[in-house]
Design a protein. Structure first.
Length: 122
């Protein structure tokens, strides 16, 4: 698959998400959406129009769709920064293999202390 350019505006994410979702076959799309966390789906679905959301809700299980609707409602009250929202949207695209690798997004836990060299007694 070809790498999509980094979107600069929320509408660009909407277009990238819809292209990604509409090109996937229904079985693959359903499997990917069911494995994805609800919050990631909610942030991505919130960029789409209501008609397009309804098409996607029809593909997934009822309880999962209800949780996503609830997350969209909760997300409207949260103060999620554009940077965090962009990372969540990129993670949505990464489930389909369509996201660009963004530098500095991986957190590696630092080691505790430094490795010690043991000296021989004697």
């Amino acid at each position: 698959m070809r790498d999509l350019p980094a979107p600069r505006y929320p509408g660009d994410f909407s277009a990238a998400i819809w292209v990604c979702v509409s090109r996937a076959d229904k079985t693959t799309l359903q499997n990917v959406l069911m494995r994805m966390p609800d919050k990631v789906c909610a942030v991505a679905f919130a960029t789409l129009t209501e008609e397009r959301r309804q098409l996607l809700y029809a593909l997934i299980a009822g309880p999962k769709a209800a949780r996503i609707v609830e997350e969209i409602r909760l997300e409207s009250r949260r103060r999620t920064s554009a940077l965090v929202r962009g990372r969540i949207l990129r993670s949505f695209l990464s489930y389909f293999g369509r996201a660009r690798n963004a530098g500095g997004t991986i957190y590696i836990r630092p080691r505790r202390g430094t490795p010690r060299i043991r000296r021989r007694a004697g």
